[in-house]
Design a protein around this ligand. Structure first.
Ligand SMILES: [Zn+2]
Length: 296
């Protein structure tokens, strides 16, 4: 292919493999298998996947996945969501932020302009898909020499379980993400003016994630009586184990048949054991599973 042909091809209009529409060089992305996706169809996909890594069939599956996320959000979560604007971290009119849905074991990433377009599917993430979360701060050299570094951006870096190559670093009870492999950057502020507020909100986000993952569960507040969250969980796990064993003995004595009631009790005890072993995360796994099961 000559130099001229190369440019001719590059600027040639292409057909979108999904809607069949024509797309110019600025409004399309090449996908696997020498096909293209137009920017309109691209908006039906996650912002966090690299389309070039997927074939047309894989992306069609991904769009179905996104539609399902959107239905879980609009049919299960949104009608019951009691969170006020202050719970959304940070305020959604700013750059981006995390909106937690503890009752459903999921969260979404707010986006100031995308959220105003109801035709775009809402993407949900499960708490048990999170492998890591940490704040980041980007600065640049001052425009004048000798001046302090200038603020550029701050936010939260999220790593999902699918993005980890080291299997033994995957937390117990975690679930792999089916599509996203790269770390996600969630910018909370892009101007120095918003920095202080954003840093405060970032801290709240990290504390919330810490609570979900039981990071500070070992700590019992000074002068407080009773057990820490972790101690309670461990105890419930031990009780659950003993109860399950006792239930099994009863069943064996009764001739091996388990009643519905006994099965439910064993399940409850098993859940308590699970919670103790996964640092409380399995509570959220169950909630997310339940929310997903409501949408077929
Ligand atoms: Zn299209």
């Amino acid at each position: 292919m000559g130099f001229f042909d190369f440019f001719k091809n590059m600027f040639k209009k292409q057909t979108c493999a999904f809607c069949g529409g024509e797309c110019g060089v600025m409004s399309r992305t090449k996908i696997k298998g020498d096909e293209y996706i137009c920017s309109t169809c691209d908006d039906m996909c996650s912002r966090f996947i690299r389309k070039g890594r997927f074939t047309k069939d894989e992306l069609l599956g991904h769009m179905e996945y996104m539609k399902r996320c959107d239905r879980i959000y609009k049919e299960v979560i949104e009608p019951n969501d009691k969170s006020t604007i202050n719970d959304i971290l940070p305020h959604p009119t700013k750059v981006e932020g995390i909106h937690f849905f503890d009752d459903y074991g999921m969260f979404r990433i707010c986006h100031a302009s995308r959220d105003r377009k109801p035709e775009y599917p809402v993407e949900l993430f499960r708490y048990d898909q999170v492998a890591g979360y940490e704040p980041y701060l980007e600065e640049r050299e001052a425009s004048e020499p000798g001046k302090p570094m200038e603020f550029r951006e701050c936010g939260l870096k999220l790593t999902l379980v699918g993005g980890l190559d080291v299997p033994n670093e995957i937390r117990k009870g975690a679930t792999g993400h089916p599509y996203i492999t790269d770390p996600i950057k969630v910018p909370y502020a892009k101007s120095a003016y918003d920095k202080e507020n954003a840093m405060h909100e970032l801290e709240r986000t990290v504390i919330h994630f810490d609570n979900i993952f039981g990071v500070h569960d070992d700590r019992t507040a000074l002068f407080s009586f009773g057990m820490s969250k972790k101690e309670k969980r461990d105890l419930m796990g031990a009780v659950g184990f003993a109860k399950t064993a006792m239930e099994a003995v009863k069943v064996a004595k009764a001739g091996g048949e388990m009643s519905e009631e006994q099965i439910a009790q064993v399940q409850k005890n098993m859940d308590a054991i699970n919670d103790a072993q996964t640092g409380g995360l399995s509570v959220y796994t169950r909630r997310a599973d339940e929310a997903e099961a409501k949408i077929k």
